[in-house]
Design a protein around this ligand. Structure first.
Ligand SMILES: C[S@@+](CC[C@H](N)C(=O)[O-])C[C@H]1O[C@@H](n2cnc3c(N)ncnc32)[C@H](O)[C@@H]1O
Length: 249
């Protein structure tokens, strides 16, 4: 039975979700060039770690969530039958399509859909991947997405998530990562101090950046009914978590 309090809570959640989607779309729409040209050895290592977790050989249908300009999508598209790049920002996907065309990749489709509203037919996808995107989702939306993705997968299908993964200081690993980030910014002088203030606000109030720990991701994947759930640290702040839809499920 729905209560008035329940309806108000759901309404507030919907509004918060819509507001986040609008902020992400606007923010990333402006960052296409800077992100496309970002030169980060740490980020490259996370992409490699995600790709390492993907089975060798030909792939069927692949979905990349928060695909950006295709850092992960394009290498996968070289060996998949169908690759669907999903992103909240159409501007990011336009650049991804240009890059796919330059590389002669004809199997890439794009979908400018927020991850929170994504839907695929049950049992239709072989591989779901995501790199450095899902920390932008609200925590309840992360869990809902993992649950939905577990249904899209064919039996035996795989989900692999690479992302910044740490909590808000509850563990010594969290504290090391947060201190490391602060130190790196401090060393940049006044511009870095401003970034510390901005990022502290974002992390503290969970606006735009909402990382959760590898353990939380593991627990979300297990709760969605996935098996063989594995978490591997990659660089200081980042880890890769994967899980498989059981055969016969
Ligand atoms: C840090 S970039 C990572 C892009 C790409 N995966 C990569 O590794 O280069 C984050 C991406 O997530 C996308 N994004 C943020 N919020 C999203 C949402 N709610 N649904 C879908 N994509 C989202 C952004 O538009 C952006 O392209």
């Amino acid at each position: 039975m729905s209560t008035r309090a329940g309806t108000v809570t759901n309404h507030a959640r919907d509004l918060a979700r819509k507001a986040n989607i609008a902020v992400q779309r606007r923010t990333w729409g402006r960052r296409v060039n800077s992100w496309d040209h970002a030169d980060s050895p740490g980020l490259d290592r996370v992409v490699e770690a995600v790709l390492d977790r993907v089975p060798q050989g030909r792939l069927g249908t692949v979905v990349d969530i928060g695909a950006g300009t295709g850092r992960l999508t394009l290498p996968l598209a070289e060996r998949s039958e169908r690759t669907i790049a999903v992103d909240v920002s159409a501007a990011m996907l336009d650049r991804l399509s240009e890059r796919a065309a330059v590389s002669g990749l004809s199997t890439v489709e794009t979908s400018a859909t927020p991850a929170e509203q994504l839907d695929f037919e049950a049992g239709s996808v072989d591989l779901v991947v995501s790199n450095y995107a899902l920390h932008h989702l609200r925590d309840a939306d992360k869990a809902a997405l993992v649950k939905a993705a577990a249904q899209w997968l064919k039996p035996g299908g795989l989900i692999v998530i690479g992302d910044m993964m740490f909590g808000r200081g509850g563990s010594s690993r969290d504290r090391e990562i947060i201190a490391g980030k602060a130190l790196a910014m401090l060393r940049k002088g006044p511009a870095g101090w401003w970034r510390i203030a901005k990022n502290a606000g974002r992390f503290l109030f969970r606006v735009q950046e909402r990382p959760v720990s590898p353990e939380t991701w593991v627990s979300m994947l297990r709760s969605a009914g996935l098996t063989d759930v594995v978490s591997t640290p990659v660089v200081a702040e980042a880890a890769v978590v994967s899980g498989r839809r059981p055969e016969g499920a």
